[in-house]
Ligand binder design. Structure first.
Ligand code: ZN
Length: 263
């Protein structure tokens, strides 16, 4: 099979990308187990892309049970060099309103018990994560979100918690001091991609304010679902634009992440 260079990881609300034509589905078993779903290969206006829904095809796998290593390994195996991952997040800041997209530039890891690395010895590898996201992909996301006239933030710190429970108010107030959005799935996905020299960027869709905010009136489930739908539509439009502009040649740090990382 010809290599597929671009991968999309779907999050809550994005279990399919029906605006592209499905070519085939591939079930991949990796040294780390089975990926959370078969990988769908789509034709995105002449460009082949690989898609995997992080939580499974029926959204049946909770964040702390996702086999992140198998998913990233499976994408690598079919040739993926660039990943755009979609995440549903809560907002920790007044100005990041539900319905907005955020392209995080940093993250903080508050997860507790996940498989964090492909390198458990005898090879010892310490990758650099000072800038955890691909600058080339982030630029494309920002430029295209601007052109589409979306309400978005071009940066933000994503705090990843273990879940599956949401935060207490005390936790939420603490997180607000050093992060902008909160979710359960960015870690270890982002660092595993870096360990395999795959570019990675996130489209984080704000669905609600986290529990820090005292709502004057209770937000209805309908409203949350409505916000989610709008977010998903925007994300799909954005993906379509960005995919068509991803350059074949990589000049970013991600492509050389293992240089000097091995001890
Ligand atoms: Zn990159």
């Amino acid at each position: 099979m010809k290599k597929v260079r671009i991968g999309i990881i779907g999050g809550t609300g994005v279990v399919d990308i029906e605006n592209f034509d499905l070519i085939e589905k591939i079930d991949i078993v990796t040294p780390y187990g089975r990926a959370t779903a078969p990988i769908s290969i789509f034709d995105a206006n002449g460009i082949k892309i690989a898609f995997i829904p992080r939580h499974g095809e029926k959204h049946q796998i909770p964040p702390h049970k996702v086999n992140y290593r198998a998913n990233i390994w499976a994408l690598k195996e079919i040739g993926v060099e660039r990943i755009i991952a979609v995440h549903a997040v809560g907002s920790l800041k007044e100005e990041l309103k539900p319905g907005m997209l955020v392209f995080p530039d940093q993250f903080i890891d508050f997860t507790k018990r996940r498989e964090y690395t492909f390198y458990n010895g005898p090879k010892v590898v310490h990758i650099t994560m000072a800038e955890p996201f691909c600058p080339e992909l982030r630029n494309l996301l920002i430029e295209n979100a601007k052109k589409l006239g979306f309400d978005f933030s071009e940066k933000g710190t994503y705090i990843c918690i273990e879940g599956p429970r949401f935060s207490t108010k005390a936790e939420s107030f603490m997180f607000r001091n050093f992060a902008d959005i909160i979710g359960m799935t960015l870690v270890p996905e982002a660092q595993l991609a870096r360990e395999l020299e795959i570019c990675y960027a996130s489209i984080s869709m704000v669905t609600d304010y986290d529990v820090w905010k005292e709502e004057e009136e209770k937000v209805s489930t309908e409203l949350v679902i409505e916000t989610m739908k709008k977010n998903v539509n925007k994300t799909k439009k954005l993906l379509e634009k960005v995919i068509s502009q991803i350059p074949e040649k990589r000049t970013c740090i991600c492509s050389r992440a293992l240089e000097g990382a091995e001890i």
